[in-house]
Design a protein around this ligand. Structure first.
Ligand code: ADP
Length: 296
């Protein structure tokens, strides 16, 4: 099937009222008054998550999360370990389908289509919504083959050399590897391997890139390089990143979703809004306790 390319462009202010905080409460020109509301174009929403719950067998790991991911922005998911951040992220491109005990309820609307609808091919979903994992995981192949692999499988008809160069350039790795494209991906440092994995994700031209703690296995210098890279990428891509590092979310994201566990250990969305607001004037007391390091 083909996902259609219409974007959801309704104004954020029409967020349906539900128990989860939505962007409507905290994002956009609300604080600048009604006059400027009319002047500013409504932000385009790349993905709308509606009442998502994820179960592993009988255990509910994520409970009724609703949020909107804005185009050309970086959205961070933060919260204490085990609160369901990775599980939630994996529900954004049907990666949980690969876990036999996992079951997802709710809707994820992407390009006007619920990715969980019966007629949707999860492989096509994952082509349009790429993923970068916690630990760099290059294939045991050359640098060139790592980048070209996905495009080749998808029957890419263009010039592969150009695509490889373009993807490595976008991933800020080209200069370091252009003279050794035939060497193994494993010959690179950890930070370079992660940039190679980002280049591999970019080469299939996704609309949205999900990153699951992409810097947690890296040293501080490599971490900052990836953060800079993510900033550069947002002019062309939409990015959603899970991080356990609050400083990283504060530095590197435009919007932040804070999740926490209930007494039943199910992860819930506590607060969602512009990163600057969430970290300086959180609306929820539990958010304040978390960002000031009182738990988690
Ligand atoms: P976080 O990313 O916030 O650390 P996770 O999404 O990894 O949290 O995990 C949320 C909850 O789901 C935890 O209780 C974890 O033990 C459980 N969980 C994660 N993956 C699986 C799995 N494949 N099978 C069963 N339980 C899982």
């Amino acid at each position: 099937m083909e996902l259609d390319s219409n974007e959801i462009s309704e104004p954020l202010a029409t967020t349906p009222a539900d128990h989860s905080p939505g962007l409507a409460d905290s994002v956009g020109p609300a604080s600048e008054g009604a006059a400027s509301d009319a002047e500013k174009p409504a932000p385009i929403i790349t993905m709308e998550i509606k009442d998502i719950s994820v179960y592993y067998g009988g255990f509910r790991a994520v409970k009724d999360v609703s949020l909107r991911i804005q185009e050309h922005a970086i959205t961070a998911l933060i919260g204490p370990s085990g609160c369901g951040k990775s599980t939630l992220l994996r529900s954004f491109n049907r990666m949980n389908d690969l876990i036999s005990t996992a079951r997802v309820e709710g809707q994820v609307i992407f390009n006007g289509q619920d990715i969980y609808a019966d007629n949707v091919d999860p492989v096509e979903v994952r082509r349009q919504i790429g993923m970068v994992f916690q630990k760099p995981n290059p294939f045991p192949k050359s640098i060139y083959a790592n980048v070209s692999w996905g495009a080749k499988i998808n029957g890419y008809k263009g010039n592969m050399d150009d695509l490889v160069e373009q993807s490595l350039t976008q991933a800020a790795l080209w200069k370091e590897v252009k003279d050794k494209l035939n060497e193994s991906g494993y010959s690179l440092s950890g930070g370079q391997q992660q940039r190679l994995c980002i280049a591999r994700a970019l080469a299939i031209k996704p609309d949205l890139i999900l990153m699951d703690e992409p810097t947690s296995a890296l040293d501080p210098v490599a971490t900052l390089r990836i953060e800079d890279l993510i900033q550069d990428l947002k002019s062309q891509y939409t990015i959603c990143i899970v991080t356990h590092n609050m400083q990283q979310a504060a530095r590197a994201s435009d919007f932040t979703a804070f999740l926490n566990m209930d007494h039943d250990r199910a992860g819930q969305l506590i607060e969602f809004g512009e990163t600057a607001n969430l970290f300086t004037k959180p609306e929820n007391e539990v958010t304040e306790q978390y960002i000031t390091g009182r738990f988690g």
